[in-house]
Design a protein around this ligand. Structure first.
Ligand code: IFM
Length: 486
């Protein structure tokens, strides 16, 4: 392991740039992206195993079979987190590792992995933050219909109970879902994610059932967790902007806000689906049948904190009739739209902005506005930035270093945006960098590196990038550097 490098240590920060007392500093990963050990200790395939093993679905035919081998190397990884000074680690649980068929009794060997991981974290004084679901539905449940089927919410509530029973005494912060928008609309709409279905009506049904499963899991967690444990959900809220000031583009922004954001925040935080969403999608689903009595009360059970993930804003327009719609949607190329009911909206990349290796424009103000918009719409709701970060084309220098000044600049800009939002009244409790280490970036396979720690996949060697040392110093000082790098 490399020691913290003095040459990139920030200068002493003035008092004004310090983060609030208790602000949590973390990094995040997800089970399928880092664990590997895909067929060990009783684990069975999830939809991502099936999808990644299907030719043509993932860049280069990459799979998560080995990934970053976190399953075997978690102790070293926790030691590295400790060395970097992380205060919290956000990980997800592989459902098919602990309950291989998605129903019935748990497999102790699978639970043991998470028990050991959590113990190791607590030993290192790093708070475990567990996400129950980060996109990897057990394949057997997809074979039975997947998220478009209501019965999957029963299975999820059972699984939540198993995990609360196994780890509830040691994990203080629980997240039901990570980015349910991606599960519903990339998984069942555009099909660029597992299970790769392209059925707009099924995508909307999936969204409702993900909402319901969230609410049911919150009830289970609240019943089983000790008082003081925190419950949450993480949403990738789209910071939607109209391309021009025209009424047509304002309508495009409204539509994408409805099916990108308010389809989740409406029922979860207000106990209702937005009327405009219901109207925009009425030709696809009969909402009066889909949403049953008691669903909205279940979905709107209060959470203690809302996780928000942010990478880049979403710039939209409504083309004239006859013009093509899709444009530059950052959610991947597909002949099928992930925006049911609003397939005609066009997506754009902002001019004049720098881009990451994902071709996403770098726009820290988007994070500031997102935090302020949620604060305005849901006053008093504590927020946590549960993912933020960037992929760049990192490489190891002949001296064995990974210099990633673009990532440092990205993180600096976005942490500054968090600070501005806090100063302006947003109750932001913490920040999790995506990602702790390079990993399987879904349909992009291993071609995109989001880690602050470089992973040499051939040897599984970990090399903290310059940004990891920079982040480590930010954590230590609880403040951003006042004047760039020394
Ligand atoms: O890698 C993903 C993560 O799994 C979910 N949020 C976005 C990240 C970058 O694409």
């Amino acid at each position: 392991m490399t020691a913290v490098r003095p040459d990139i240590a920030p200068k002493q920060a003035p008092e004004a740039t310090r983060f609030p007392t208790g602000f949590v500093w973390g990094a995040a990963t997800a089970a399928y992206q880092v664990e590997g050990a895909a067929a060990e200790d009783g684990r069975t395939p999830s939809i991502w195993d099936t999808f990644s093993h299907t030719p043509g679905k993932v860049h280069n035919g990459d799979t998560g079979d080995i990934a970053a081998d976190h399953y075997h190397r978690f102790r070293d990884d926790v030691a590295l987190m400790k060395q970097l000074g992380l205060k919290a680690y956000r990980f997800s649980i592989s459902w098919s590792r602990v309950q291989p068929t998605g129903r019935g009794p748990a497999v102790e060997r699978g639970l043991d992995f998470y028990r050991k991981l959590v113990d190791e974290l607590l030993e290192a004084d790093i708070a475990p933050v567990a996400t129950l679901y980060h996109w990897d539905l057990p394949q057997e449940l997809e074979d039975a219909g997947g998220w478009p089927q209501r019965v999957t919410t029963d299975r999820f509530a059972d699984y939540a109970a198993i995990m609360a029973g196994a780890l509830g005494d040691r994990v203080a912060t629980w997240t039901t879902f990570n980015e349910p928008w991606c599960s519903a609309f990339l998984g069942y709409g555009s099909g660029v994610h597992a299970p790769g279905r392209t059925e707009p009506a099924a995508a909307l049904r999936a969204a409702h059932h993900l909402n319901l499963a969230h609410g049911r899991a919150i009830e289970v967690l609240r019943d089983q967790l000790p008082a003081g444990a925190q419950t949450s959900v993480t949403l990738n809220l789209h910071q939607v902007r109209p391309l021009t000031a025209s009424a047509a583009d304002a309508d495009a922004a409204r539509r994408i806000d409805a099916v990108g954001n308010r389809i989740f925040t409406g029922p979860m935080l207000r106990g209702e689906y937005p009327e405009d969403l219901l109207a925009d999608t009425a030709h696809l689903v009969d909402w009066s049948k889909l949403v049953q009595d008691g669903d909205l009360a279940a979905i709107s059970r209060p959470v203690d904190v809302l996780g928000v993930n942010y990478y880049t804003p979403t710039l939209v327009s409504l083309p004239e009739k006859g013009e093509s719609g899709s444009g530059n949607d950052v959610h991947g190329a597909s002949a099928f739209s992930p925006w049911p009911g609003s397939e005609h909206v066009a997506f754009h990349l902002a001019e004049g902005k720098e881009r990451t290796a994902m071709n996403w424009s770098i726009d820290p103000d988007g994070l500031y506005h997102l935090l302020m918009d949620v604060t305005r719409d849901h006053p008093g709701l504590p927020l946590m930035v549960t993912e933020n970060g960037a992929a760049f084309d990192d490489y190891v220098s002949p001296e064995g270093r990974v210099e990633d000044p673009e990532r440092i600049a990205y993180l600096h800009g976005h942490l500054d945006a968090v600070q501005r939002a806090v100063a302006d009244g947003a109750d932001v409790r913490g920040y999790f960098l995506w990602s702790l280490m390079d990993n399987f970036e879904w349909a992009y396979g291993y071609s995109k590196r989001f880690g602050t720690v470089y992973v040499d996949y051939a040897s599984q060697r970990r090399i903290p990038k310059a940004s990891a040392h920079w982040y480590s110093d930010v954590i230590r000082r609880h403040a951003l550097p006042s004047a760039g790098l020394s």
